[in-house]
Design a protein around this ligand. Structure first.
Ligand code: APR
Length: 268
């Protein structure tokens, strides 16, 4: 930790890549491992265009469930440490950029400003007909979804007719999320993430299993260029041995220690 803190005290551009683990201590289930199922499906089985075309009512029940779970959650000390560090270093003329795979908006709720939500947000919608993207925090998002979405495998499906699902100009609206069966739009990676990742002089890989691309390749790429990378995770991942630092444990405890004010912090 002392070694990491030496790099941290001087770094001008820090990129933080986060995944579901950063929200685990807020009570948001992670994707992999226990708790990754809704009824008998994993998110990867439902957040696909094929699943939506086959059964839009089921996919909306799933998104409705996730919106209702997440809306009650609050940022934990890990999110707050990141937001506080971004604001503090910003006042010193230094930059922290957060690239998250999370769709729960908890980084935003914690106050993080330099944020890319590369998989979208549960609280944005996109119309399948006119393409308009809009914020939507309604609960429920439409009357027909009220009382639906229970995650237990034996739950009866709601089988909502398509005309009663959330709509915009006549088309159904969907949560504005990356489909998990398709690659992320190349412009998100090339125009937004790549320049920010590649100008960093220190990278943090927080609460991600490091198996979903393109986010999984950012930190190994900068590490190969000699940039120190610190992984914060409950366990090791396929990328761990490519990084200089690994802090094992709940990031709600490890991040506040790692990102606290350093006595030698650079003030420009
Ligand atoms: N602190 C730190 N790490 C944690 C904590 C915690 N409190 N709790 C869990 N973790 C770690 C787990 O050990 C695991 O490595 O967080 C990671 C969560 O992994 P995933 O569930 O695979 O989440 P993520 O890496 O964000 O998944 C990437 O996969 O299905 C897609 O689009 C979905 O954005 C998601 C993407």
């Amino acid at each position: 930790m002392a070694d990491f803190r030496t790099f941290f005290a001087k770094a001008k551009h820090i990129v933080i890549i986060s995944g579901a683990g950063v929200s685990a201590e807020s009570g948001v289930p992670t994707f992999r491992g226990a708790g990754g199922y809704w009824r008998k499906w994993q998110a990867q089985d439902l957040a696909t265009p094929q699943a939506f075309a086959h059964n839009p009512s089921r996919v909306w029940e799933f998104y409705h469930y996730r919106r209702e779970v997440v809306r009650t959650k609050e940022p934990n000390p890990g999110h707050l440490a990141i937001a506080e560090c971004e604001a503090r270093l910003g006042r010193q003329g230094r930059r922290v950029m957060v690239i998250t795979q999370n769709i729960d908006e908890l980084h935003r709720k914690a106050g993080t400003k330099n944020l890319l939500e590369i998989h979208g947000s549960l609280f944005k919608t996109r119309c399948t007909s006119c393409g308009v993207v809009a914020e939507n925090y309604k609960s429920p998002i439409c009357p027909a979804l009220s009382g639906t979405g229970a995650p237990e495998p034996e739950t009866q499906e709601a089988r909502i007719p398509v005309e009663k699902l959330p709509r915009c100009c006549g088309g159904i609206i969907l949560s504005h999320l990356a489909w998990l069966s398709l690659p992320l739009q190349p412009q998100i990676y090339l125009n937004l993430c790549k320049p920010r990742v590649h100008c960093s002089v220190l990278a943090l890989q927080v609460g991600t299993s490091s198996v979903v691309y393109p986010a999984a390749m950012f930190a190994p790429q900068v590490s190969a260029r000699g940039v120190p990378v610190a992984e914060f995770n409950m366990e090791t991942t396929p990328a761990t041995n490519r990084f200089r630092f690994h802090f094992q444990g709940p990031c709600g405890s490890t991040l506040p220690e790692a990102l606290a004010r350093h006595e030698n912090e650079t003030v420009s």
